[in-house]
Write a protein that binds this ligand. Structure first.
Ligand code: DSN
Length: 414
């Protein structure tokens, strides 16, 4: 950081303030994590200077002797980590990756099935105002209102009725494990391609905690920065038969020069995830999530699907009389960061929904375990049960900070 400090004091102060926020607060947004110092170094390295349109061995510009090796290393590590036949490590992030998959394997206007956004799906899974929803005919499936879980018989019924060309499975706000085999069986029955978006659970899958769709699905994509704990970015994995179409859709179909500094960061993160310690990390993420979920339930919180199988917990705050937006902002004030979220069949709007979404990847990276989850559940409960008690919130903020400083953020010195 010394270059920034010398050159741009204004920005330096902003980054320092964010460092302090990250160190002194509890990060519960389930899609966030802390990368290692090594990943950050790669992302801030001189690799940002290089253009490398094309793929290793087939580039448009010269000077690729080092870049080719770096990208190949990232590809080989990702293949090993997930057991994938083919991997493209160039997608800039999750949304481009999903668009690239559709562009590779479908025609505009084709029918795709995906989980509805307010039920736990993603904007790239067919939100009507997004590119996915405008370019393709998305048929949304839903969770069962009583259980909060995906009703696979309903998915099959819809598939038989609409005969989609592709079925998308994978979610941003669904706390339960996915029956990949059943999705594949349904897709086979109607002749659809299968696409899994494992952005949220990739680290749990890589760590052996959840079953992988890779053996069954045509295409599997993931962002690299959530439970996988790498840099901002994404990868696409697919069966060899789709490799050419996927690569062409990424470049030159939808992207230009790959971000090789980020690809180097991905290579480092995959290397970290291949180590035995990562399995322990994945296991603890789930243990922490299940423990936190139980503690919240004991305090009268209503969880969508009544619990979690993953890193993610979705809370319906209706019975607490506090909307998600207010809960998010009051918890923010005490140093607990999570996000407001719609719950299935939410009568409220996405900007002012009934729920909050939280998860344990980041706190687990800091080394927090069940005892800390007890304290977190207690603080959440105290804030939400005493939403206007500023004095109590001030006291909790101090307690949060005191605990956080005992659990340093990797790669962050303050
Ligand atoms: N924004 C991500 C999340 O928070 O789940 C999904 O893209």
């Amino acid at each position: 950081m010394s270059y920034i400090q010398q050159q741009d004091e204004e920005l330096f102060a902003m980054i320092e303030a964010e460092k302090k926020r990250q160190a002194e607060g509890i990060e519960l947004i389930p899609s966030e994590n802390y990368t290692s110092g090594a990943v950050m170094e790669a992302c801030g390295s001189i690799l940002t200077n290089k253009y490398s349109e094309g793929y290793p061995g087939k580039r448009y510009y010269g000077g690729q002797e080092n870049i080719d090796k770096i990208e190949t290393l990232a590809i080989e590590r990702a293949k090993k980590l997930f057991g994938a036949e083919h991997v493209n490590v160039q997608p800039y992030s999750g949304s481009p990756a999903n668009s690239e998959i559709y562009f590779a394997l479908l025609n505009f206007g084709d029918t795709i099935m995906g989980l509805k956004l307010d039920q736990g799906g993603h904007i790239t899974h067919g939100l009507p105002i997004a590119f996915s929803g405008k370019a393709y005919n998305f048929i949304p499936y839903e969770v069962d209102q009583a259980t909060g879980k995906i009703d696979m018989d309903k998915v099959r019924e819809l598939a038989l009725q609409h005969k989609p060309k592709m079925i998308v499975a994978g979610f941003t706000a669904y706390p339960r494990d996915i029956d990949w085999k059943r999705f594949k069986e349904i897709a086979d029955e109607v002749g659809a391609l299968t696409m899994a978006d494992i952005s949220h659970t990739a680290g749990l899958i890589a760590g052996g905690e959840l079953e992988s769709p890779v053996p069954y699905f045509d295409v599997v994509m993931t962002t690299t920065h959530k439970t996988l704990r790498g840099p901002r970015g994404a990868i696409i994995m697919c069966k060899e038969i789709h490799a050419k179409a996927i690569d062409r859709a990424v470049f030159p179909g939808m992207q230009g020069g790959p971000h090789e500094h980020t690809i180097a960061g991905k290579a480092i993160a995959f290397g970290e995830a291949l180590k035995p310690e990562f399995k322990e990390y994945a296991k603890q993420i789930r243990k922490n999530a299940v423990h936190l979920a139980e503690k919240l339930k004991e305090k009268g919180f209503k969880l969508v699907s009544d619990g979690t199988d993953t890193h993610l917990i979705l809370v319906d705050l209706t019975n607490k009389g506090v909307p998600g937006k207010i809960a998010q902002s009051k918890l923010d004030e005490v140093g607990i960061t999570l996000n407001k979220n719609t719950v299935p069949f939410d009568p409220r709007s996405p900007m002012d929904p009934s729920g909050i979404r939280l998860g344990t990847p980041a706190v687990t990276t800091r080394g927090m375990k069940e005892a800390e989850m007890d304290r977190i559940a207690d603080w959440i409960d105290r804030v939400i049960s005493n939403i206007d008690n500023a004095e109590m919130h001030k006291q909790i903020k101090e307690e949060v900070k005191e605990m956080c400083l005992k659990f340093p953020v990797p790669g962050l010195k303050i």
